[in-house]
Design a protein around this ligand. Structure first.
Ligand code: SF4
Ligand code: SF4
Length: 148
């Protein structure tokens, strides 16, 4: 009984169980980091947020499409944090541009973008720079990238 209770969503007043977050993560992002077995009422399955911690790149697509803001993503104290009804599902350290200091995102997210696009995000060893600074650098507007 305790196990069953632990599986139960304790904030079903906030999460509508619409499944938008799961679908977007799986079908649009191709990541499949949300295993929320309680969403399909007729065919309940296991819920496992360890998968979220392992796979989630903290892109924010699930939170942006959540109709109730049950799923949230925020940058706080140098970290990007994904939470569901207040429960933290994943948190990763943020990487900032080593030239201008702008927040670029967690490394896992930047690697994903790099693998999917022709982004000019630069990873010069451990000194990443944002697209804007990379453009300036390649145009000769800044001579060298200096750590902030
Ligand atoms: S967290 Fe939001 S998007 Fe996901 S099932 Fe609940 S209400 Fe729907
Ligand atoms: S933030 Fe994580 S869980 Fe949400 S869509 Fe992106 S990868 Fe999936």
């Amino acid at each position: 009984m305790v196990r069953e209770e632990a599986r139960r969503c304790l904030r079903c007043d906030v999460c509508l169980r619409c499944g938008c977050c799961v679908e977007i993560c799986r079908d649009k992002m191709g990541i499949d980091a949300l295993k929320m077995g309680y969403i399909d009422f007729d065919h309940p399955g296991p819920t496992d947020f360890r998968i979220t911690e392992e796979r989630c790149i903290l892109c924010g697509a699930c939170a942006a499409n959540c109709p109730t803001r049950a799923m949230r993503i925020e940058d706080r104290k140098g970290e990007r944090i994904l939470s569901l009804c207040g429960t933290i599902l994943n948190r990763q350290k943020l990487t900032c541009c080593q030239s201008c200091g702008a927040v670029m995102g967690p490394d896992r997210y930047l690697e994903y973008i790099k693998s999917k696009t022709r982004s000019i995000i630069q990873f010069a060893g451990i000194r990443p720079i944002c697209d804007a600074c990379a453009r300036k650098s390649s145009a000769g507007c800044i001579d060298e990238i200096t750590p902030v």
